[in-house]
Design a protein around this ligand. Structure first.
Ligand code: UD1
Ligand code: UDP
Length: 373
């Protein structure tokens, strides 16, 4: 079976590389990896850590890219790659524009699509934007749906998708066997310095499209306020390479002692730093799945989440994007050790680290059935 995995951004790569490694290891599978290159440096960082074999890179990233340029570039370039490779199935991940447009390109050539991390929903088509619509449309095209949780499976079934929906766990947990080490030595010198001081670390990431502008300014103001109220905290904020993000974050938080703005760190540094943090404040989807596995509470800098399992489990809390709300809820958690411990000891709902193996098992089974028809 020829399986073509296509991805283009950092989080897709972190969650697809463990799967690609399993695909590469099996003699009955020919694994082809195509990067769209929607991200460049941040994608390469992940590929370097996992050391997977990349067959194609469409290299589409532009410094001021828009949803239109990503869409057109991926769609046109995928046409010839798919004609050349003719895979038995194309695997895409989650909700990026790379994923949806690749699924569309495969559909135009009647090539089946397997959707990894399927079934996440907020039911608000503008939030997260454009991810909610990207994942709904990808579900419409996909033949196989790999849902991380039962809740994700239920979402798909409510939409009438009853065939080939499999609960697998999230492959991000699989990634830890490559990235997390108890005796880890950090590559980033700033992180090494911060860890030596033995203060509590708050790991921050914020860069989502819908937070660009005023929400991101409010988030930065909240960090400034918390930093003043809690002088023993060290904030480590790896800042996304998007110039629109960097302009705001650096103008608000540069030269603030104990607020450490650093360039994106590779996923080994990231996962090991997360495991040593006291709290995570983020608008990222991936961090809401990763931090619970380390027993680290997460405050979500958004107005909603498509990961209600983690909220239900008690390990993730949505605090919104208003300065006063973020400050109030973070302060409460920092001052109430009982509440903190409850969040820190909630169970991780995202799986046991064997999601990739399950996905490959279902893939092989599907292919056998197809061939026997
Ligand atoms: C994209 C995805 C989002 C995902 C996020 C993960 C879409 C529409 N958005 O959003 O779903 O959560 O990735 O981070 O698919 N840049 C670089 N180097 C890099 C990566 C980005 O310089 O390695 C800069 C470029 O200027 C680029 C900009 O960041 O134009 C924005 O990248 P883009 O992929 O369009 O948006 P993200 O916010 O990263
Ligand atoms: N991440 C990383 N280095 C960083 C910031 C994030 O390796 O400097 C990882 C993080 O651990 C998670 C993923 O990137 O696995 C999240 O990516 P992002 O926030 O860009 O996307 P989202 O999760 O919002 O889709």
């Amino acid at each position: 079976m020829k399986v073509m995995s296509v991805f283009g951004t950092r989080p897709e790569a972190i969650k697809m590389c463990p799967l690609v490694k399993v695909l590469e290891s099996l003699p009955q599978i020919e694994s082809v990896v195509c990067l769209t290159g929607q991200h460049r440096e941040m994608l390469q960082q992940v590929i370097n850590i996992f050391g997977i074999k990349v067959t194609h890179n469409l290299n589409i990233m532009r410094s001021e890219q828009t949803l239109y340029t990503i869409t057109i570039d991926v769609l046109l370039k995928m046409e010839s790659i798919l004609k050349q490779e003719r895979p038995d199935i194309v695997l895409v991940h989650g909700d990026t524009t790379t994923s949806f447009i690749t699924a569309l390109a495969a559909f135009y050539q009647k090539i089946p699509v397997g959707h990894v991390e399927a079934g996440l929903r907020t039911y608000d088509k503008y939030s997260p934007f454009p991810e909610e619509m990207n994942r709904c449309l990808t579900s419409e095209i996909a033949e196989l749906h790999f849902a991380p949780t039962e809740n994700n499976k239920n979402n798909l079934q409510k939409e009438g998708k009853r065939k080939n929906v499999f609960v697998t766990g999230n492959t991000v947990i699989d990634a830890f066997s490559t990235t997390v080490h108890s005796d880890y030595r950090f590559k980033n010198a700033e992180i090494q310095k911060v860890l030596k001081r033995a203060n509590k670390i708050i790991l921050v990431t914020a860069h989502r499209r819908e937070n660009l502008g005023k929400p991101l300014v409010q988030i930065c103001d909240a960090l400034l306020s918390l930093h003043q109220s809690f002088p023993d905290l060290e904030f480590v904020y790896p800042v996304h390479l998007n110039p629109k993000v960097r302009k705001i974050v650096f103008s608000k938080l540069s030269n603030v002692e104990k607020v450490h703005l650093i360039d994106p760190i590779d996923v080994e540094d990231m996962h090991n730093l997360m495991s040593r943090s006291y709290l995570v404040m983020t608008d990222s989807g991936g961090l809401q799945e990763e931090a619970p596995a380390f027993g680290i509470p997460v405050l979500v800098l958004r107005t909603e989440t498509e990961r209600p399992e983690a909220v239900k489990a008690g390990t993730v809390r949505v605090v919104g994007i208003k300065t006063e709300d973020i400050v109030e809820q973070t302060t409460k958690l920092l001052q109430d050790s009982k509440e903190y411990q409850t969040m820190a000891h909630a169970a991780n709902p995202y799986g046991d680290g064997h999601a990739s193996e399950r996905i490959v098992k279902y893939l092989l089974h599907w292919y056998e059935n197809l061939k026997s028809k």
